[in-house]
Design a protein around this ligand. Structure first.
Ligand SMILES: [Zn+2]
Length: 224
């Protein structure tokens, strides 16, 4: 279960980023690790039905493998953030690799989608001095989270919705996954199936779920 980890708090203080947004009857919905043909389409359909937009932190390597799916994410009105090119733990890799991974992922989003990315979600929440430097140089803000759905574990949709709603509050940032590629579960479909209940419980708590751009006062910049 979710427990506050003091080590994590120290690390996140060392590399400042967004853990929450200002309260205002809203919480941010985010999806990591895609695009993935296994479950991203189901997540997109569930979000369409709920009339909710989210921020998708994509991996450059998956974007290059499935550009049509990344285009679909954008076409359905969602926001793109960067989760790296590959899925590294940046506190455990050489700083040269850390630098090149972020730069390569940022370039893939620009090349394939024509978008200048504003947000970086570090895999496992682990930043490095190098990744923080590259974020600053490229104009990206690190984005952590305040709530998650435990959806890297092999749990059902009802459990995911329950865990999220227990942690969901005004100004929160919710971490979910539209791919099981880096998880201990065979499929990410339970996350898609949890979306109606997550949205319903947010509404019961008078919270609307939004993409980060909708509260950060910035539009996703399109480079032609
Ligand atoms: Zn991830």
């Amino acid at each position: 279960m979710y427990e506050w980890h003091p080590g994590r708090a120290r690390r996140w203080r060392r590399f400042p980023g967004l853990e929450r947004i200002a309260p205002g009857g809203r919480a941010v919905l985010t999806f990591d690790d895609g695009p993935d043909p296994e479950a991203t389409p189901a997540v997109l359909n569930a979000l369409d039905l709920a009339d909710v937009h989210a921020t998708f932190f994509v991996l450059g390597s998956r974007l290059v493998a499935h550009p049509e799916l990344a285009h679909e994410v954008v076409a359905r009105g969602h926001e793109i953030g960067l989760h790296g090119y590959d899925h590294h733990r940046h506190d455990r890799i050489a700083s040269a690799l850390s630098r090149s991974d972020l730069a390569r992922g940022f370039a893939a989003i620009e090349d394939f989608l024509g978008i200048r990315c504003r947000w970086y979600r570090p895999p496992y929440g682990k930043m490095s001095t190098a990744s923080a430097d590259v974020c600053r140089e490229l104009g990206m803000t690190p984005v952590y989270w305040s709530a998650w759905g435990l959806d890297w574990e092999d749990v059902g949709a009802e459990r995911i919705a329950q865990v999220v709603s227990e942690q969901l509050d005004d100004g929160g940032i919710v971490l979910l996954h539209d791919s099981a590629r880096f998880a201990r579960r065979p499929s990410a479909h339970p996350t898609a199936q949890a979306i109606p209940a997550i949205v319903r419980r947010a509404q019961e708590a008078s919270l609307s779920l939004v993409a980060l751009r909708d509260v950060a006062g910035v539009r996703q910049e399109v480079v032609v």
